[in-house]
Design a protein around this ligand. Structure first.
Ligand code: CP3
Length: 340
């Protein structure tokens, strides 16, 4: 495949490029009225995720409408626990809910490590369609949740402020915890490999609830599984984004991956010192900056870019873009990066 724009791949690999590539976490869906229009014709979020040609359409929307340098496949991290045997519901204005959760060894024994071409074929098909329709305009980013974040949904049954049920399981039943984390890891490796076979050019692991764990717990229950996934994927560059895990940056630098994502609390200069010169860094503008006027957005974006200067950098926000942020503010951020 020859790309018209392969900036993000070259940057991820640490090669010098003409400019900094830019995309936004959660760019597909959420902020675009074109997304909401399509979404309103359907029964819900899951129908969109599970209908490959529609998922492909929503994946390409931000490439057309925002001019980003990569497309992230429209899906969710929760498709993995579902394929393992725990179905989820996406409740309007509330978020995900799992009617059944994992509490005992018996619950665990009902789970499977699925063949992604059977349990997750809809997302793989969406990647294939997107690949064909993009025709090399920009690369496709595949993704999955990191094992700890997926584990926390499977134990907790939904979102939480403290994730205390999931953390409790780590203390009370470490054996069961490790068994489940290992199953999620095996599923994720197979799933990410399948994504690359179908056309994903970069893959990202989202450890959204990394910051909930103590350093000690992260070292025992999160990092080893991320490390295993990184060691298993050599097809494409891997990005690890562990939100809130500022205490793990030195260790992140030693992972067998190409890019480390930073949230807005991780200073780019200190992070570079801790992570080392080799890795590409991704991030890290506070999404809330995009609520301010264009002049402020431009200024804050430039300040961020200055801090990353001199090493490989993929511009992004420090977490996903919020649903009520205006697409024009997002365009201002993107245009500022491109002009820098
Ligand atoms: O980045 C993208 O635009 C690609 C698609 C994508 C979605 N979810 C679509 C989605 C990606 C990469 C995700 C990842 C995801 N999902 C994460 C990790 C990233 C992060 O933000 O930390 C997490 C924790 C989830 C779980 C999840 N899915 C929650 C908590 C919710 C409800 C609240 C919300 O909007 O985030 C979802 C639903 C969801 N996933 C929506 C979209 C577009 C909104 C649902 C709708 O349209 O009704």
């Amino acid at each position: 495949m020859t790309y018209q724009n392969d900036l993000i791949i070259r940057t991820a690999k640490g090669e010098p490029t003409e400019r900094t590539p830019v995309w936004l976490m959660r760019q597909a869906g959420r902020i675009l009225k074109e997304y909401r229009e399509l979404r309103s014709t359907l029964s819900g979020f899951k129908e969109l995720v599970e209908t490959p040609h529609l998922a492909a359409e929503v994946t390409i929307q931000p490439v057309d409408l925002l001019n980003v340098d990569a497309a992230i496949i429209f899906s969710d991290i929760l498709v993995v626990p579902e394929a393992m045997g725990l179905t989820y519901e996406m409740i309007e204005k509330k978020g995900p809910h799992f009617p059944e959760t994992i509490e005992t060894e018996n619950d665990l024994n009902k789970l499977i490590i699925p063949d992604p071409y059977e349990g997750l074929e809809y997302t793989l098909e969406a990647i294939k369609i997107t690949k064909k329709e993009l025709d090399g305009r920009v690369p496709i980013i595949g993704f999955a949740g990191a094992p700890w974040t997926i584990f926390s949904y499977m134990i907790e049954g939904g979102g939480s402020k403290t994730f205390s049920k999931a953390k409790k399981m780590l203390y009370v039943n470490p054996t069961l915890s490790h068994k489940l984390l290992e199953m999620i890891t095996q599923t994720t490796i197979k799933y990410l490999k399948a994504q690359t076979e179908c056309g994903a050019e970069i893959v990202q692991l989202f450890d959204s609830w990394a910051g909930i764990l103590s350093e000690e717990q992260y070292k025992e229950f999160a990092l080893p599984y991320i490390s295993k996934i990184c060691d298993s994927i050599d097809e494409v560059p891997v990005t690890v984004f562990a939100k809130g895990a500022y205490f793990m940056r030195k260790e992140m630098g030693k992972l067998n991956c190409r890019t480390i994502g930073l949230d807005w609390n991780m200073d780019p200069i200190l992070s570079r010192e801790l992570i080392g010169p080799e890795k590409t860094l991704q991030g890290n503008l506070d999404p809330c900056v995009l609520y301010s006027d264009f002049k402020t957005i431009e200024q804050k974006t430039k300040e961020m870019l200055e801090k990353f200067k001199g090493h490989s950098h993929i511009a992004n926000l420090g977490h996903g873009v919020y649903p009520d942020i205006s697409p024009d503010a997002v365009r201002c951020f993107i245009d500022t990066v491109k002009a820098f």
